[in-house]
Design a protein around this ligand. Structure first.
Ligand code: HEM
Ligand SMILES: [Cu+2]
Length: 565
């Protein structure tokens, strides 16, 4: 491999010593105290995927219990704890940190041609905050768990005897990990763009991380305050949510959703950024409507703060307030639709490469469309009154969070895996797993739309016989998902040991992370880089000999060797 390149005289084939960031520094302490964004992202990846696994186990336990009405494998009390833990683990430990911490941390400095993020120590602190917060949440699971639902609504959350204080304290600490990550990304994007990379020459993934970071920094403190008030209410009985003391339990919902609705965009915006990268590379075409996609990320971030009341149409809010929140909810669909249309326009007449990352793009487009459109159902007042708190809502948010974010996350993992670990994985098994996930997902959650529209309430341990066929199909679907993820775990871990060595640029990406070694050297680049058009796919040609895409004009992206005066 390397020979091919030195023959072409490009400085892309890793450090002279053959060292890379995975081999530089030995032992657990060299990881726990690392300031290298790449190592921090790998640690995040392991922890976040571990949380997904834990949340998935809770999900399968829920689904097994729902195989038949009445008791199947657990009591009603345990069931309440199971769906609460499933939701809380999936939201606070997995999907909120998710793409920004595990993939953004790795890719952002590389896409900027930079050595690291602007604040490496703050980056490490954000990871330690994740570790500390996750530990406190896990302690709460061990000491009795929580049975309030992941939203911790008052008044029940102030009276139940379960471990609300430790779980919410854990979520509070995790909030700092999110704020620090956002802060770091904003400073890095403002101060570390290379020569030539103006704002509208920046990869769209970075626009999505930038918009997400704004929400992380502005909205997360509101969650922190809300959880502290809840803890104070439980421990000191201040009465802010207690009508008997002049408080208002519905006020908690306003505080909670003022963060948690923007939070759903912390989940989906980075996913949309991944899709923008992959759809261009695997269509072999320049992205369509670059500026519209960039601005739609900002628009989504702004609108995300204006719609929280759509979670409370049945909470006794006034008709006028309901109408305003409903109208604003419809408007959020516009910037999302702009992205979907431009992604489809990019694929139009493209040379579609159906490698595993692109299969996830296609799944995303189909599933996210269903998730988004059913959001409009729930945004319309007359329909929401009937569907609120039913399985239609459960299906809707799984189509957006799982069908959207998780699917794009998997696409990103399969796209950047060769760069992160220097190994290719089995394309055959990757496609099998992607197909099983698509089938299992729709079987699990589409059935939930149907039973929800027939009135099946969420968070119910028992149900009427008429819903049994839907629940059983949904449970079968969830097991297919389980099998698909086991296959994925196998071939990805297998690739780390036996995978074929990855070239610098196996997919033909024109962004700067593909202009350095796979895996990168500890300091990322040996040259100062230039910011060219990140979607100029035609500036690359495929080298059959090495299975690598190389620049037609190799020198175009380098300024001068680092350290050269
Ligand atoms: C792995 C496959 C998954 C399955 C089979 C699954 C299944 C379920 C089911 C059946 C419920 C409803 C429980 C009830 O209302 O009684 C539920 C609730 C929920 N799920 Fe999932 N889910 C999965 C993945 C995810 C993912 C990836 C996320 C987010 C990242 C997520 C987040 C949630 C949340 C927030 C709730 C609400 C919990 C509550 O009511 O407090 N789930 N899930
Ligand atoms: Cu919302």
């Amino acid at each position: 491999m390397a020979e091919g390149h030195s023959a072409v005289v490009t400085p892309m084939s890793g450090g002279a010593s053959g060292e890379n960031y995975l081999t530089t520094g030995k032992g657990p302490l060299s990881w726990l105290f690392t300031l290298d964004h790449k190592r921090i992202s790998v640690m995040y990846m392991v922890c976040i995927l571990g949380s997904f696994l834990l949340g998935g186990v809770f999900a399968l336990l829920i689904r097994t219990e729902l195989w038949a009405p009445g008791a199947t494998i657990m009591t009603a009390d345990t069931y309440n704890k199971m769906f609460t833990l499933h939701g809380a683990v999936m939201i606070f430990l997995f999907i909120i940190p998710g793409i920004p911490a595990a993939l953004g941390n790795f890719v952002l400095p590389l896409m900027l041609g930079a050595k690291d993020v602007a604040l490496p120590r703050l980056n490490l602190l954000s990871f330690w905050c994740w570790l500390a917060g996750a530990t406190v949440c896990l302690v709460s699971i061990v000491v009795g768990a929580v049975d309030t639902g992941w939203t911790f609504y008052t008044p029940y959350s102030t009276t139940t005897s379960t471990a609300v204080v430790s779980m919410t304290l854990g979520a509070f600490i995790l909030g700092f990990s999110s704020i620090f990550t956002g802060l770091n990304f904003i400073v890095t994007i403002h101060t570390m763009r290379p020569e030539g990379m103006t704002w509208f020459k920046m990869p769209l993934f970075l626009w999505s991380l930038y918009s997400t970071a704004i929400i992380q920094v502005l909205a997360t403190p509101v969650l922190g305050i809300t959880l502290l008030l809840l803890i104070a209410e439980r421990t000191l009985g201040v009465g802010i949510f207690d009508p008997a003391l002049g408080g208002d339990p519905v006020l908690y919902q306003h505080f909670f959703w003022f963060y948690s609705h923007p939070a759903v965009y912390i989940m989906i915006l980075p996913a949309m950024g991944i899709i923008s990268e992959l759809v261009s590379v695997f269509s072999g075409k320049h992205i369509f409507g670059y500026k519209f996609i960039a601005w739609s990320s900002i628009a989504i971030a702004v609108f995300s703060f204006l719609v929280w009341g759509h979670h409370m149409f049945t909470s006794g809010q006034s008709g006028l307030v309901n109408m305003i929140f409903s109208a604003l909810t419809f408007s959020v669909a516009i910037p999302s639709a702009v992205k979907v249309f431009n992604w489809l326009a990019t694929m139009y007449k493209g040379a579609i490469n159906l490698a595993a990352p692109m299969l996830y793009v296609l799944s995303f487009l189909f599933l996210f469309a269903i998730g988004g459109l059913t959001g409009l159902f729930l945004g319309s007042l007359s329909v929401n009154i009937h569907l609120h708190d039913t399985y239609f809502v459960v299906a809707h948010f799984h189509y957006v969070m799982f069908g959207g974010t998780v699917i794009a996350f998997l696409g990103g993992i399969h796209y950047w895996w060769p760069k992160m670990f220097g190994r290719m994985y089995s394309e055959f098994w990757a496609r099998i797993s992607a197909a099983l996930i698509f089938v299992g997902f729709n079987l699990t959650f589409f059935t939930q739309f149907v039973m929800g529209s027939h009135g099946m309430p969420r968070r119910y341990y028992n149900y009427l016989e008429v819903f049994k066929p839907y629940h059983q199909a949904s449970t079968v679907g969830s097991y297919i998902l389980g099998v698909a993820f086991m296959i994925m775990a196998y071939y990805l871990l297998h690739s780390l040991v036996r995978g074929e060595k990855a070239p610098e640029n196996p997919w033909g990406g024109a962004t700067l992370e593909w202009a350095t070694a796979s895996p990168p050297i500890a300091t990322n680049f040996e040259h100062e880089m230039v910011g060219l058009d990140p979607y100029d796919i035609d500036s690359l040609k495929f080298d059959r000999q090495t299975g690598n895409y190389v620049r037609k004009d190799p020198g175009s992206i380098f300024l001068k060797p680092i350290g050269d005066e």
